[in-house]
Design a protein around this ligand. Structure first.
Ligand SMILES: Nc1ncnc2c1ncn2[C@@H]1O[C@H](COP(=O)(O)OP(=O)(O)O)[C@@H](O)[C@H]1O
Ligand SMILES: [Mg+2]
Length: 309
């Protein structure tokens, strides 16, 4: 099966010479939920808006549902819904009209029953007759989502949908994403929150300085994140790790005063108890023990370091 979104050697240099994307390649499978994580300025919005045909690539190609986003813009665009990072709504327009108008722009026939369902899912139904200007920030964000869904897109892009929104909206959005997934909608979201990626994504991509540094199955990434390290400070330095401790893959510090042991918090046996026993049996005294968990942050920092080399 070919990917619903195909990005090939995409490069984007803005007027003024800033290279926001460097040869990005990406395949997004139909029905998957992909979370793109990356710091401010990484190129997330640029990537999304080029896929949606709003920003023009400098070179490379993109297709959605087999349609080139430039040569066949209208067909590609019709398959795509975009919830932008910035709120861009007409303040004096009414909620229902805004959403209905948006559907019309894509050449879709009127279907108020479908729009009613969307507004209800987003807890906007009571506000349908109200003006945009009267809504809170969170409600406006819900309207953006309703607009993006108005023409029944097969691929939905959510650009930092939950940055600075209340917990309630975040939960509602996650539920909505789950429902859309059941309908087979492909979803790409950008986020800062690892919990968000953890809650809803099938795959996680990390992007920095215009490059995708990693793209991995969530489960695999989470198991890497479940890795913890135990730092064991010894009462006396040792020259080598005794053979009896060979199975633990301990890392000895240069001065021989610290041993580091890596283990999985997700496994039923961490090996800590037996390690401590075996250290004692080997006559090694402990001064202190500390543990630390590797987080996406660590993985990310390491990746960024690697990519800077
Ligand atoms: N219209 C533009 N003109 C020039 N530079 C831009 C423009 N839009 C974004 N950039 C720059 O491109 C980089 C990537 O921006 P963006 O895609 O918005 O990143 P992100 O969404 O990951 O925060 C940033 O350094 C930003 O300043
Ligand atoms: Mg952005």
């Amino acid at each position: 099966m070919s990917a619903i979104v195909q990005v090939r050697d995409l490069q984007k240099t803005y007027d003024g010479g800033f290279e926001a994307l460097k040869r990005v390649n990406l395949d997004i499978e139909e029905g998957e939920i992909l979370a793109l994580l990356g710091p401010n300025g990484a190129g997330k919005t640029t990537l999304i808006s080029t896929i949606c045909g709003i920003t023009t690539p400098t070179s490379g190609s993109i297709s959605v549902g087999g349609h080139d986003v430039i040569d066949d813009f209208r067909r590609a665009r019709r398959l795509v819904g975009l919830v932008p990072q910035e709120i861009n709504l007409e303040p004096f327009e009414f909620v229902m009209n805004t959403v209905r108008f948006s559907r019309g722009l894509f050449g879709k026939g009127r279907n108020d029953a479908y729009l009613e369902q969307i507004l209800k899912d987003l807890s906007l139904w009571d506000k349908r007759g109200g003006r945009i200007a009267e809504l809170s920030g969170g409600m406006k964000r819900r309207v953006l989502i309703a607009k993006a869904l108005s023409h029944e897109p097969r691929v939905l892009f959510l650009d930092e949908p939950t940055a600075g929104v209340d917990v309630e909206l975040r939960k509602d959005m996650w539920q909505l994403v789950e429902r859309l997934r059941k309908d087979g909608v492909t979803i790409i979201l950008t986020t800062h929150y690892i919990e968000e990626a953890e809650a809803i994504a099938d795959r996680v991509g990390v992007i920095n300085k215009g490059e995708i540094l990693l793209i991995e199955d969530k489960a695999a990434l989470m198991s890497r994140m479940g890795q913890k390290e135990m730092r064991i400070e010894l009462t006396e330095s040792i020259e080598t790790v005794p053979e009896s401790l060979g199975d633990y893959d301990l890392v000895r510090s240069n001065d021989g005063r610290v041993l580091t042991y890596a283990y999985q918090t997700t496994s039923t046996r961490t090996g800590i108890t037996s390690l401590l026993k075996d250290l004692q049996a080997a006559g090694i005294g402990l001064r202190d023990v500390q543990t630390s968990q590797s987080s996406l942050e660590d993985i990310f920092v390491n990746l960024v370091k690697e990519s800077a080399k």
